[in-house]
Design a binder for this molecule. Structure first.
Ligand code: NAP
Length: 294
């Protein structure tokens, strides 16, 4: 029988806007256990994998399309931190690949932790996003994530290790974000999904954390031009710092975690006025960035 960490009725203490901490939960212990990280070939996912290995001694199942990068990372983690790391190259916009990744992970595992982090965005007018691009965004951000959860929860319950899943969403899932409209909507889905499941699983032996970062300096922000949105604002976070906060949130089995005081403050502001005003301000910031980076 794994540890009992959050029974129904456990007292929850708010420590910030939208942030919850449950003092009744036992923390996850990643050492020598298998943690699946999707989107591990770059940015936040790669840093999360490094953090799991370096600070927690966890073994890693690394998933993304670029297998060469995953193999390099697996060698790095095994060499530097004496953990086991297995790369699985897969295109998660393809449902069959998601099934294959789960089957391979189950054979390697049991999977104790899962960071469902792979994601893509579209920065620009929604009308400029081709239909195939929208389908790919939805399949990668939403369908693959839900499919993993669908398989992972029974797997984790069967093994009764007291594992945990973390969904990497975004602040754009909490505040609708024009010019990242489809992405923002996909993250809103994941946020609602994660927050709902947290409660459904609250008397079972697996936890569900929703992690909603603001801007992070990664390939996503670089390649799409989103960097312009953040400019020199303190909102843009370095990936290793964000990863550390993400892993802390999962290990502590947090309900919803928004990393960084500046981001938490930004989320608080829209609560003071009408939603339309808040999303209008966001639209203005994005339009300005798009003029600089057409
Ligand atoms: N950067 C930000 O400002 C920011 C803010 C809030 C939330 N986030 C979220 O953080 C997560 C990580 O993003 P990031 O900023 O680290 O971006 P990133 O550097 O572009 O990393 C995205 C990762 O997802 C993988 N990926 C994308 N499409 C995939 C597919 N079809 N199949 C398998 N893997 C796929 C990529 O690997 P391959 O290309 O090798 O497949 C890559 O490893 C995403 O969910 C993103 O929405 C980012």
């Amino acid at each position: 029988m794994g540890p009992l960490y959050h029974g129904a009725g456990a007292r929850r203490l708010s420590i910030g806007p939208g942030l919850w901490f449950n003092p009744a939960m036992a923390r996850m212990t990643l050492k020598d256990r298998w943690v699946l990280v999707t989107g591990a070939s770059s940015g936040l996912g790669r840093e999360i994998a490094r953090d799991v290995a370096s600070r927690h001694g966890g073994n890693l199942i690394l998933v993304a399309r670029r297998g060469d990068r995953l193999r390099e990372l697996a060698d790095e983690l095994a060499g530097r931190h004496n953990v086991q790391a297995r790369p699985i190259a897969a295109d998660l916009s393809n449902a069959r690949d998601v099934e294959r990744v789960f089957e391979d992970s189950r054979a390697i595992g049991p999977v104790y932790g899962a960071v469902l982090n792979a994601g893509i965005t579209h920065f620009g007018a929604h009308q400029e996003l081709p239909w195939e691009g929208f389908e790919s965004l939805l399949a990668t951000n939403v369908t693959a994530t839900v499919k993993f959860v669908h398989h992972l929860v029974p797997h984790m319950l069967d093994h009764d290790l007291g594992g945990g899943i973390m969904l990497v969403t975004s602040m754009t899932g909490l505040v609708p974000t024009p010019y990242q409209t489809a992405y923002s909507a996909s993250k809103a889905f994941l946020t609602a999904f994660g927050e709902g499941l947290y409660h459904e699983l609250s008397d079972q032996n697996v936890s569900l954390t929703t992690f909603a970062p603001g801007g992070i300096a990664t390939e996503m922000t670089e390649k799409t031009g989103l960097q312009e949105v953040f400019g020199n604002s303190p909102q843009i976070m370095e990936a290793p710092r964000c990863a550390r906060l993400a892993v802390d949130a999962m290990v502590a089995r947090r309900y919803l975690a928004v990393p960084g005081l500046f981001n938490q403050f930004q989320l608080f502001l829209p609560r003071l006025g009408p939603r339309k005003l808040a999303t209008g301000v966001v639209a203005g910031v994005y339009r300005k960035a798009m003029r600089k980076n057409p």
